[in-house]
Ligand binder design. Sequence first.
Ligand SMILES: [Zn+2]
Length: 251
Amino acid sequence: MRSSLTLVLFLLAAASLAQGGPAQPAPDSVRIPILVYHNIAPHRPEQTSEQRLMDVDPVVFKQQVNYLADHGFRTVSLASLVGVLESGAAPPDHVVIITFDDGWESQFEGAVPVLRQLGMTATFFVVTSQVGDPAYMTWDQLRELQDAGMTIGSHTRTHPMLTSPDVSLTDEVEKSRQDIRQHLGTTPDFFAYPYGAWDARAVAAVRAAGYAAARAFPRGPWNTPSDLFALRSVMVTDDMGAFVRAVTGSP
Ligand SMILES: [Zn+2]
């Protein structure tokens, strides 16, 4: 969502990534980058530079997905990452996980055709009370994505900071899961914390609601088995060099 809070948190995350994040991944770390996109929309002159960081231009998105295809990368689901983390199996090589937040219609228009053309899949984290609002995807569109092999996950009902004490975790975490089940006939296994913000109470609610894993703050491409309910991720921007470094791991 386009709040200044999103931007502040994003910039903090970007700053921590620029500092290289954790110096040395833990020995049981798995490197399967979880890429995070928001709007897939052309930049507009009135946007601030911070807003530009939240949007990826459709032309650049196509370049990024083409880069993956041309360099032998394929997309896997979050379920694959969970499987690797839980089993300790060797992670597959040349794979990424693509995720989209907030349920923007621009994703349906600007990203999905490109993904489908190249046989790639993604997870769409939707805010269930906003589905069908102007600029957001409808339940029919989400059903179409699901039928095309995409995964729909929960990003709460109203996109609050789950760490604030006056938020109903039951409504946001459990009932958003029920909303998706009711409208799509599928119970979502994955959750993404709005603003990446989580604490022990939020994690407990996500576990109790029955999710298999949850995506958190963009802190890099490495995850360990203990990160299942606060999976690290990588925010994607129009910066093609940063994209290549994130997916390949090259410096
Ligand atoms: Zn969001």
